[in-house]
Design a protein around this ligand. Structure first.
Ligand SMILES: *Cc1c(COP(=O)(O)O)cnc(C)c1O
Length: 373
């Protein structure tokens, strides 16, 4: 089956009892045993598994071409499950521009439990130098946030696997529509389903998808079950519903983002545009090889500093100033202010989650805002 078909059908079970075409939300926390003490429906207790979560995990696994998926209550909870699954004392290599929430998780919650280095994972020589005997995991995030840097997943996987190291890719920015890390050799994919998979800025969730159901995956399942950071049946239902339109939403996000990036690139008051689909992107060739399409996120630097960047934001009417991404509405954000003083993000950078409004309206709005500079 092709991905549009999977998105619609793999997360749904038509009810044998009522004939309901759309799977209902199962709120029950507990499930009845049969006369022999077995569980005919396959579920025991809702922290362990639930019909809506099972459907969500099924569609997520199929979309990423994985063997199985585990859904969590947030993207950070999914990331935490990965770090908790590693033996204490393991060494983790992560990008120096890793999503700041997960970077803070490692720094503040895993201090003394794991060791970690935040490095430029695109520098293969540096990557090799940082590998230790205890290195268990290389974490990748591509395209990265907010600089939209591209990491060559295949190249990193090659180095990692030579050294018996696992590779996890945070695929939140790309979505399975734009990039399939498991096909490029990665061992696991992580998502903040809060973003494009939810797509409407009204559900918080996360997921992990594995290439193989190996011992490591059993450990991840244990973290999900014993740790208990699981999504509610209602949230799983909402995600399954949203995922049905993911392929078509992404087509719109990608085409709007490319047009907006091309427009911004030609504006005299714009210093630089970062979008992997532009020829001017330093890793355009890698992006073209490993991505199916270039995603809906872009960043640009206005000429000047933080003051000019904020002036643009405050002149916009259609783009809402807010954090997060992946919803149907366009959002814009001054990342430096969000990330705080240890941020390496340029002060004149604005990050845009390009929504599904008509592109002409978006361009007109941003054009007027830039002309206010
Ligand atoms: C939002 C985000 C996360 C964290 O997800 P939450 O759902 O907010 O916990 C992780 N990685 C990336 C790239 C994100 O954008």
């Amino acid at each position: 089956m092709k991905i549009e078909t999977i998105a619609i059908h793999a997360g749904n079970v038509t009810s044998a009892d009522t004939g309901a075409v759309i799977q209902p939300v199962t709120l029950s926390t507990t499930f009845k045993r049969d006369a022999d003490g077995g569980y005919p429906g396959g579920h025991i207790y809702s922290r362990i598994s639930n019909p809506n979560r099972a459907s969500l995990e099924n569609v997520l696994a199929k979309l990423e071409g994985g063997a199985a998926a585990a859904a969590f209550s947030s993207g950070n909870a999914a990331g935490m499950a990965v770090f908790q699954s590693l033996p204490p004392g393991s060494h983790v290599i992560a990008p120096d521009d890793m999503y700041h929430g997960l970077r803070n998780q490692l720094k503040y919650l895993f201090e003394g439990i794991l060791t970690f280095d935040f490095i430029d994972v695109n520098d293969m020589a540096a990557l090799n130098d940082y590998i230790e005997d205890s290195t268990a995991l290389i974490w990748l995030e591509t395209p990265s946030n907010p600089l939209l840097k591209i990491t060559d997943i295949r190249a990193v996987v090659e180095i990692a696997h030579e050294n018996g190291i696992k590779v996890v890719v945070d695929n939140t920015f790309a979505t399975p529509m734009c990039q399939q890390p498991l096909n490029l050799g990665a061992d696991m994919v992580m998502h903040s389903t809060t973003k494009y998979l939810g797509g409407h800025s009204d559900v918080t969730g996360g997921a992990l998808i594995c290439k193989q159901k190996d011992d490591w995956w059993q450990k991840i399942r244990q973290v999900q079950e014993f740790g208990g950071a699981i999504p509610s049946p209602q949230d799983c239902y909402m995600l399954v519903r949203s995922i049905k339109t993911l392929p078509y939403r992404m087509k719109g996000h990608v085409s709007n983002a490319l047009l907006l990036a091309q427009f911004l690139e030609h504006q005299p008051k714009v210093e630089k545009v970062m979008y992997p689909g532009l020829y001017s992107h330093p890793q355009y060739n890698i992006a073209k090889q490993q991505m199916l399409s270039f995603g809906g996120m872009l960043s640009f630097c206005v000429k000047g500093g933080a003051e000019e960047a904020k002036k643009v934001i405050n002149s916009l009417k259609l783009f809402t100033q807010a954090t997060s991404l992946g919803g149907v509405e366009s959002l814009i954000e001054h990342r430096y202010s969000v990330e705080g003083p240890d941020s390496k993000t340029p002060k004149n950078l604005l990050r845009v989650s390009v929504g599904l409004e008509n592109i002409e309206d978006l361009i007109e709005d941003i054009s007027l805002a830039i002309s206010s500079l």
